[in-house]
Design a protein around this ligand. Structure first.
Ligand SMILES: [Zn+2]
Length: 175
C-alpha cells in the first residue's frame, strides 16, 4: 500500500515501457508490444470480478519472496508481449495467449493474439492465468510437480474459475 504508483516511462533508456496495473499494490505491466492501457483496463476489470478472498490470497502469495535474494520490487512481473516472441512457451496445445511461469511470479500475455481474439477472450485469459497463480499459492498438487502445465492442470484451473463464479460456456461472470 505504501508503494507509490509507478509512473509510466517511455521505454527508451530504462527498458520496456511500464504502466500501472494494480497501482495500489505497486504492480505494473511491462509493455513490450501492443496496447498496454487497453490490456491493463481489461486486466483490472477481470481482477475486480475475482472473489475478494482470492485476490487477497494472490497478493499475499506475491508478497512472499519465491527464493532467497529475490530482487525487491521486480515480482510479480507482468508482461504484454507478442505471442510470436520466443519468450512464449507454446505448450502441447500451441496456445500462446497467456503464460504463467516462475510458480506464478511471472505472467505474460500475448499482445497480438489477444487483440485479435477480442475483449471477452482477453478477460478469460487473464482469469485463467490468475487461477494458475492461485493454484500455486494454495500448493494444489496439480501445480506441485514438473508437469504443472500439463493439459489436465489447465482443466483444473478452469474448474477453479467456475468456483469463482465464471461461466465457461458464456465466457462471462455470473452476476
Ligand atoms: Zn492454463
Amino acid at each position: 500500500m505504501k508503494n507509490p504508483a509507478p509512473k509510466g516511462n517511455a521505454g527508451t533508456d530504462t527498458g520496456p515501457a511500464h504502466i500501472p496495473l494494480l497501482p495500489r499494490h505497486g504492480i505494473r505491466l511491462f509493455v513490450v508490444d501492443g496496447d498496454g492501457p487497453r490490456f491493463a483496463n481489461l486486466f483490472r476489470e477481470t481482477w475486480q470480478r475475482l472473489p475478494l478472498w482470492a485476490r487477497c490470497r494472490l497478493l499475499r502469495y506475491w508478497r512472499t519472496p519465491f527464493c532467497k535474494g529475490q530482487p525487491r520490487g521486480m515480482y510479480p512481473a507482468f508482461e504484454l508481449i507478442s505471442g510470436k516472441s520466443d519468450f512464449f512457451w507454446r505448450g502441447d496445445s500451441g496456445n500462446a495467449w497467456g503464460q504463467c511461469g516462475m510458480r506464478g511470479y511471472s505472467l505474460a500475455f500475448a499482445a497480438d493474439h489477444l487483440a485479435e481474439a477480442g475483449e471477452t477472450e482477453t478477460r478469460y485469459t487473464v482469469a485463467h492465468e490468475l487461477a494458475h497463480v492461485y493454484m500455486f499459492a494454495i500448493k494444489d498438487p496439480s501445480h506441485a510437480g514438473d508437469d504443472a502445465t500439463a493439459e489436465w492442470a489447465h482443466d483444473l484451473v478452469d474448474e477453479q474459475l467456475t468456483e469463482w463464479g465464471y461461466d465457461l460456456d458464456t465466457r462471462s461472470w455470473t452476476p
